[in-house]
Design a protein. Sequence first.
Length: 155
Amino acid sequence: MSSRSVAPIIVILFIAGTAIVAALQDPASKTVWAGIYTDQQAQRGGQVFKTECSYCHQDDLSGGFFDNGVGRAPALAGPRAFDSSFTERWKDMTLAEMVATVASTMPQQKPASLTVQAYVDVVSFLLAKNNVPAGTVELPVDVDALGQILITQKN
């Protein structure tokens, strides 16, 4: 089996594992505001975003309409991100849930086609673009660890 055909299987297992872990685990122990990704990781995510996501969501993350004029890709940063704001869209969810949602729906034409690392890196990029501060340790690909990080309003 090629690595391209294995990647969707790994992502689907990640998504399924996320749902099970979210149902069984204790509440998240830290928030996104604790410096949970690195600048380097966000830069890697920016490169993935540019090749896999910017066609619909635009390089500046402002969103736009699809080629066929039907539907639109929402803004992913700024006050209108996700049609409200980043924290309004994702608040009280864990990063495991966010990564699973992104992986199961994006890229629109080929969901679950990237590696788990690529999805985690893209989420790091989205955090950076929504003014969530970076830290010194990379955001892990481990479902249990991602399930311990809660998305909240900034205090």
